[in-house]
Design a protein around this ligand. Structure first.
Ligand SMILES: NC(=O)c1ccc[n+]([C@@H]2O[C@H](COP(=O)([O-])OP(=O)(O)OC[C@H]3O[C@@H](n4cnc5c(N)ncnc54)[C@H](OP(=O)(O)O)[C@@H]3O)[C@@H](O)[C@H]2O)c1
Length: 386
């Protein structure tokens, strides 16, 4: 008999890709979303039943589950995918938004789970797959509320897994890292943009953005990759609890789970702590350069330099915008590395930036120092020292 899965948040991203993947693998899919009237693609699958479910509306949860059972006879698996990222400084975020973040990402998962459990118990089986995040394993600044919601989901899912094992029901956490092809970034950006500006945090936000730009450069996975991990987890027949779904977050997950608390916190403070030189605010062109380099954006790199600027690297000098751009395009073909600011010292007109580079150059680990000279709002010289 064909198996059936119910998925929340199928209007885009992981939810939509997962609905497609299970449908192609021959499952019946109850693809739920807040506005099914807007859906076009999923109605095209004979084995996909599109139905309204808003995780903040309890009546719609019960109605969608009942309609799904009426259509396919039973439900074998549930993917709690609906969610969003409330990004922004905690202090700048209004209470109602905090409540909404938990209402969707945590209480929404609980509502759907509570509603489906009697059916799973009756069937003496079922698989619940909760979509967590790397941000539910390690914590990141400017995402404190999103992290709090996904950490809550981790704790809830782990505890529930023990309870439900007694009923033959399996609970699994899927932990994706950053995937740029979904609507997640757009909504997170829109959420953060609604907050009041707090100028006291400006230097910290700029510095954190440079670290995030580096993390973004590592985001190569697609929503289809995550859908495959969800499918494999649903069908592997094991009671394994956690699945790290994308490569980009493996180093931080490993640091969190396989090193000591002290080592892990030291690593995170190195990235997100205040600059070590006291009283220093990173000059804007330095922040822009780090962000552009980590984002592998050649045009943005070029824009950071003064028109007569010089870059020296491996004994060669590149002078002026177009030459610097060509240098960077060449270098970025061979580098898989991200740059973080670990120390900045001001000496007269010079800002000396020490960059900690994680990654590799043509397969070998690299460690480089950068020396920058900043003149007014542009970088005048940049030299790379091995
Ligand atoms: N993309 C990433 O980098 C990433 C990384 C780690 C984890 N995640 C997690 O993966 C899940 C899916 O995100 P995504 O990247 O696929 O983003 P997405 O494209 O924005 O998809 C989010 C889905 O959740 C739905 N949703 C939001 N509020 C809802 C509500 N109250 N009731 C029902 N559905 C609701 C959205 O529906 P509407 O269209 O109606 O808003 C949309 O279908 C989320 O839990 C997210 O936290 C994403």
């Amino acid at each position: 008999m064909k198996k059936t899965i119910l998925i929340t948040g199928c209007s885009s991203g992981f939810g939509r890709a997962t609905a497609r993947h299970f449908a192609r693998e021959g499952w019946n899919v109850i693809a739920t979303m807040r506005q099914p009237e807007r859906e076009t693609e999923l109605y095209g699958f004979a084995n996909v039943f599109v139905v309204r479910l808003d995780v903040q509306d309890r009546t719609s949860v019960a109605a969608a589950i009942d309609a799904g059972i009426a259509r396919f006879g039973r439900i074998d698996a549930l993917v709690n995918n609906a969610g969003f990222g409330l990004f922004g400084l905690f202090e700048a975020t209004p209470r109602e938004k905090v409540v909404e973040q938990f209402d969707v990402n945590v209480f929404g998962v609980m509502e759907v789970t509570r509603a489906i459990l009697p059916h799973f118990r009756q069937n003496q089986g079922g698989v619940i797959l909760n979509i967590g995040s790397g941000a539910g394993v390690f914590a990141l600044p400017i995402l404190s509320l999103y992290c709090a919601s996904k950490f809550a989901l981790e704790g809830f899912s782990e505890a529930l897994a023990y309870e439900l094992a007694s009923q033959g029901i399996v609970v699994k956490m899927i932990e994706p890292g950053g995937v740029l092809s979904t609507n997640f970034g757009r909504r997170s950006g829109a959420e953060a943009a609604q907050n009041a500006a707090l100028p006291d945090y400006a230097a910290f936000v700029a510095q954190t953005e440079t670290v995030f730009a580096g993390l973004r450069a590592e985001r190569l996975a697609t929503q289809e990759d995550v859908a495959k991990v969800i499918y494999d987890a649903a069908t592997d027949g094991t009671d394994r609890l956690r699945y790290v779904a994308t490569e980009d977050i493996q180093p931080l997950v490993k640091a969190r789970r396989e090193t000591s608390e002290d080592e892990y916190i030291a690593l995170m403070r190195q990235r997100f702590g205040p600059p070590r030189s006291s009283g220093f605010a990173m000059p804007a062109p330095v922040a822009a350069l780090v962000a552009a380099m980590n984002g592998h954006e050649a045009a943005a790199v070029e824009a950071c330099f003064a028109s007569d600027a010089e870059v020296s690297d491996e004994g060669r000098t590149h002078r002026g915008g177009p030459a610097i751009r060509a240098w960077f395009e060449d270098v970025s073909r061979r580098y898989r590395a991200t740059l973080a600011v670990t120390d900045v010292v001001v000496e007269g007109d010079d800002a000396i930036l020490t960059g900690e580079v994680s990654g590799n150059f043509e397969g070998s680990p690299i460690e480089l120092r950068y020396r920058l000279r900043v003149r007014s709002d542009k970088i005048a010289a940049f030299s790379v020292e091995p």
